[in-house]
Structure formats: C-alpha cells, structure tokens
Design a protein around this ligand. Structure first.
Ligand SMILES: Nc1ncnc2c1ncn2[C@@H]1O[C@H](COP(=O)(O)OP(=O)(O)OP(=O)(O)O)[C@@H](O)[C@H]1O
Length: 573
C-alpha cells in the first residue's frame, strides 16, 4: 500500500466545505434526529466511510444493529394465540419489529448515557458489563480472573464499544479521551481471538511511537495474559539476532509490540515475518500517520500480508485529514468517538498563566514551590532537549527531587527514570515530547507546560498525563508575549472541556492555518533557561570562547609540525 499516494489524494479533500459540515455534525450527532431529511443529506455529504445509505440508517434508527439473540426473545405463547397462519405470521413479524425497535432504542439510550458515538454499518451493540465477556462472548476464565485481579469492575465507554466491534472482526478507528482505557479495549479482544499460544509466528502486532509506551503496552499485555503462556515481546527484548539465527525461534512468538523504526529495520533485514499477523494496532495512530513516521508505517502495512488482517487505530486525537487517510486503507471501518472529538478530559483543571518574558517562568515555578502548589508527582514539559537539560540544572539547585528524560539519554537511563517516577522516587520529572503520549503514571497531580505546546494535539496529550482513569488533576500552561498569538488554540480546548475561561480570552482570534502550521514545524525561539545575571553568562561565554580558541591554536600547531616533519623525511629520502 502506498500511503504517500493516498496522502496526496487526501490533500485534495475539500476541507473548507467539509469542515463546516463536520462542525455542524459533531455537536448534534448525539442528539435524536429532528429533521430526518436534512440529516440524511448531511450524512451523505460528509460520508466518511463511503456507505452513506447504511450509515444514515444507523443514525436515523431505521436499521438495527441486530444479532440473533437480540431478536428471538419473544414469547412463543404469545405467537401461538393466533389462529390462522397468516395472522400468526403477521403477529410474529410485528412482534419482532417492535422488539427490534425497543432493543435498538435501548442501545441508543445506553450509548448516549456513556457518550458513545458510532458511525459505520452493522455496528455491534456495546458491552454493558465485563460479565458479558463470559456469557455472550465465551471468554476464557483466565481473562476474567485477570480483570478481577486488576479490580476493573466496569468497562469504560471506549471498551464498551471497541471490544464487541473488534470481536466481530471489524476494522476500527477509535477516539477517546486520554486515560480512558484504550489499551485494554484492544488487549481484551486480541487475547480472546488468539485463543492461546501457537507456534506459527506473530499474530498480533502493536505499533507505538515511543519505546517507553511500547514497554508500557508490553507490561499491560503481560498483566492481562497471566495464566496463559503467550510469548509476548518487544524488539528490544528479543534481539534481531535471536530472530534471524533460527527460523524455528521466529515461530514461537504470538504478540509483538514495537516502535516503527526498529520494526522496519527488522523487516528490511528479513529478520521478521509478519505474514500471520491478524491484528494490527496503531496506538497513537495520528502520530504514526504523520509525515515523520508515515513511510515506516507504510512499510509495516506492506509486510502484514495476511488477507484477514484487521486494522485498528487508537488515539485521543485524530485530525480529520488523518481520518481521511486512515479511511482509505481500512475496510468498511467503524468509527467510535467518546465524548467530544479532540477534547481534553473533563477531570483536568486547566489554567493559563501569563509570565511576561521567559525569565518569568522560573519565577512562577519557584512561587509555586513556595506556596506549596507543586504537589508531587509533577510532570514538566519543555520544547527541546536543550531546554530540558537547562531547566533540570536550575531546579536541581533549588533542592527539588527532580530528574529529566529525553531521547539523548541512554535506554538504561530512560528506563531507570520511568521506573523511579512510577515508584515515586522522583517527584518532578522534566520531559520533552517523549512522555507526552500514552504514558500512564498513576496519580500525576500536576502537569506544567513550561513551554507552550506546538499544537492542540500536543496540548491534549501532554495534559492527559494527569486526570486519568476518572481521577482529578491539574494542568498549568505558561505563556509569554511570543505565545499570545496562539493562545486561542488552548482556550478552545479549555472551553470545550468545561473549564472556566475569562471572557477576553474567548474573544481572542483563532490563529490562521498557516501560522499553526509554522508553529507545528518549528517551535518559538526562546531565551536560555538561566537565572544567572547577564554579566555572569557573558563572562562564562567569553571564557568558553577563549578555551575553544586555544584548543584550535594547539590543533593548528600540531598539524603544522606534523607536516614539517613529513616534508623533512621526504627530503631526506
Ligand atoms: N475498566 C477499567 N476500570 C478501571 N480502570 C481502568 C479500566 N480500564 C483501564 N483502566 C486504567 O485506566 C488507566 C488509563 O488507561 P490507558 O493507559 O489505557 O488510557 P488511554 O486511553 O490509552 O490513554 P492515552 O490516550 O493517554 O494513551 C490505566 O491505569 C488503566 O489501568
């Protein structure tokens, strides 16, 4: 599959026209239909899945998501009351009809109560409780035991709709807020479908944009598969060498979790066989379908050659361009949206703090410390590795129990930092975008956007490290004069998730598409994070320059004398 070609097609998508329609559609689609004609037209027009007839039926309630067991529970006695065959037939079908309608209404009410919106054809009914996994889907007892041991009483809304959809073998695009249990939503149907270990090679493949998230997903799979000896691995744990040495070894694994780059390398070196993969999951799908990753994702798709491949996309954010792209390589997908699209979780108290100039940020953090507002664990996001290091050096001198994580640290260091933060040994963790997506740290109280995020998606994912699994949390975003033109991006998210926003902020202008694009490509240039005086910094800089110049002089001298020596030797000979 050539995702670049598809992306090119996506670029022609008439967003201007569609955006307006999508805007109209999104907020009203959870409501019951008032004007069937206009809604039919609208649905046909936006037709994400090119099947407007059936999608329309679904929303209008004229077609039912039926399964056999739903429609047969009428009483035979009631039907037998009819004397003639004709009457009986008529009676039976009208009873089935009314029963179907009642069930369908019930499903609609249930979805509405849990803010589940679905789009597509023949959508399976949602799961109402974990006990249905046993009674309706015949799940093996080890999975039920593991759910109990994790103390998961009820499925979350995304799990309610995704689990049955995947169990029915359907491709899926799932959007649900950060911390709402998307990982378990795909782990459950995969484990059930695989039935048990088999020595035929990988049958499920999960792609994650970062190594840290890959390790976390691995851990979640391990937890849910206790009692079954599945071979689950990440490419870090199973080296490419092990894979290539013995073809029999390749066959022993069932589930693979990997980052794109590592996997593509293994595919290119023919160390890995993905022909048996039945389940392909893109976790943080919008990231994996961005330009930086797209080429690799494309190559992975090409390597998963099983005709029965089921594709599933998960994220808290899926911009419409990405949806269009995804839609072109999925087969009759079902789209599930929980709550508002591209919104933040309502359990997070969001705040914007004006700090004037760059220097104001450190002052604000120190004030927070003094006022006892820095309740650990705290995550602080900055826009670059350089700035992560700088802030770390500042905060460590304040005597804070702080550490830093970014891609320049070694794998061992990164693993150690993540573990220490999980265990509460580190109170404040400074990070680049590396920790922004997917990481599930229990009980993060506060997220600080030290540097303004470069996109709305980045904002939603960063702050989503707090307020997870129904817990409350706080997110503070610092902004300077330079960030002000982009403020409305965040104001919109705050408003949509029910946070208080002052009137003047609501009246701000939205940044243009072009300026948002620029910001996404390149962060705002910022002054070094440093509290030393201008004079001190200049002195240090001068000293550094003198040392560098002296080094250069020495190097020059050495090379000249070496040259002279060699000329002399040549002359002698
Ligand atoms: N049914 C459930 N009941 C209670 N807790 C749950 C349930 N399902 C998942 N969780 C917990 O919710 C937390 C968040 O889950 P998860 O990491 O899957 O969120 P997510 O939706 O993938 O978030 P993100 O978008 O940030 O990746 C985890 O700690 C997980 O253990």
């Amino acid at each position: 599959m050539d995702l670049f070609r598809i992306l090119g097609t996506g670029a022609k998508f008439n967003k201007k026209r569609f955006n307006e329609d999508i805007g109209l559609f999104e907020p009203t689609s959870t409501q019951e239909t008032k004007d069937p004609d206009s809604q039919t037209n609208l649905i046909q027009e936006i037709d994400f899945f090119h099947n407007s007839k059936r999608a329309t039926d679904e929303v209008l309630g004229t077609k039912h998501t039926k399964t056999e067991e739903q429609i047969v529970n009428f009483s035979e006695d009631q039907i037998a009351q009819s004397n003639s065959d004709e009457n009986e037939k008529e009676h039976k079908s009208s009873f089935i009809r009314s029963n179907e309608i009642a069930i369908h209404e019930d499903v609609k009410v249930f979805r509405k109560r849990h803010q589940i919106r679905v789009y597509g054809t023949d959508i399976p009914d949602p799961l109402r409780s974990f006990s249905e996994l046993e009674t309706k889907y015949d799940f093996q007892s080890y999975i039920i035991r593991n759910l109990e041991s994790m103390a998961y009483d009820q499925p979350t809304p995304i799990q309610m709709q995704v689990v049955p959809t995947m169990l029915h073998g359907r491709d899926i695009m799932a959007m649900a807020p950060t911390g709402s249990g998307k990982t378990l939503a795909y782990i459950l149907p995969i484990l059930h479908d695989l039935k048990g270990p088999e020595k035929v090679g990988y049958r499920a493949l999960i792609i994650s944009p970062t190594r840290e998230l890959e390790q976390q997903i691995y851990r979640d799979f391990k937890r849910m598969s206790v009692g079954k000896s599945y071979k689950i691995c990440t490419l870090t744990r199973v080296t490419a060498a092990t894979q290539s040495q013995d073809p029999r070894l390749r066959k022993k694994f069932d589930i693979l979790i990997s980052t794109p780059l590592r996997l593509v390398r293994a595919i290119q070196q023919e160390n890995i066989d993905l022909k048996n993969v039945r389940h392909l999951i893109l976790d943080e799908a919008d990231k994996l379908l961005e330009l930086g990753f797209l080429e690799q994702t494309d190559e992975i798709f090409a390597a998963c050659a099983n005709p029965k491949l089921q594709k599933s996309l998960f994220s808290a954010t899926l911009p419409s361009g990405v949806e269009t792209l995804a839609n072109s390589f999925m087969k009759d997908p079902i789209r599930v949206v929980i709550g508002l699209k591209n919104a933040a979780t309502d359990t997070i108290k969001q705040k914007l703090v004006y700090v004037g100039q760059e220097e104001g940020k450190l002052i604000a953090i120190r004030q927070l410390i003094q006022q006892g507002g820095l309740k650990p664990p705290v995550l602080i996001f900055v826009q670059s590795i350089e700035r992560a290091k700088e802030l770390f050096h500042e905060l460590i001198y304040d005597g804070i129990n702080v550490d830093v994580i970014h891609s320049e640290r070694t794998k061992a260091q990164r693993d150690a930092v993540v573990l220490s933060f999980r265990q509460g040994k580190i109170w404040v963790l400074i990070s680049t975008e590396l920790m922004a997506r997917g990481m599930d740290f229990k009980g993060v109280n506060l997220v600080i956007n030290y540097d303004f995020p470069q996109s709305v998606q980045s904002y939603i994912h960063r702050i989503g490290r707090t307020g997870r699994a129904g817990k409350s949390g706080e997110a503070v975003t610092f902004y300077t004069k330079d960030d002000a033109p982009y403020l409305k991006i965040i104001v919109n998210v705050m408003k949509d998730s029910g946070c208080e926003v002052p009137d003047w902020m609501l009246k701000l202008k939205n940044p243009t598409k072009e300026s948002k694009h620029q910001l996404r490509k390149k962060p705002i240039k910022r002054k070094t994070i440093d509290t030393r005086s201008y004079y001190d910094i200049k002195k240090i800089k001068r000293k550094r320059e003198i040392i560098e110049a002296s080094k250069r002089r020495k190097a020059r001298k050495l090379s000249t004398s070496a040259k002279e020596k060699s000329t002399m030797t040549n002359e002698k000979s």
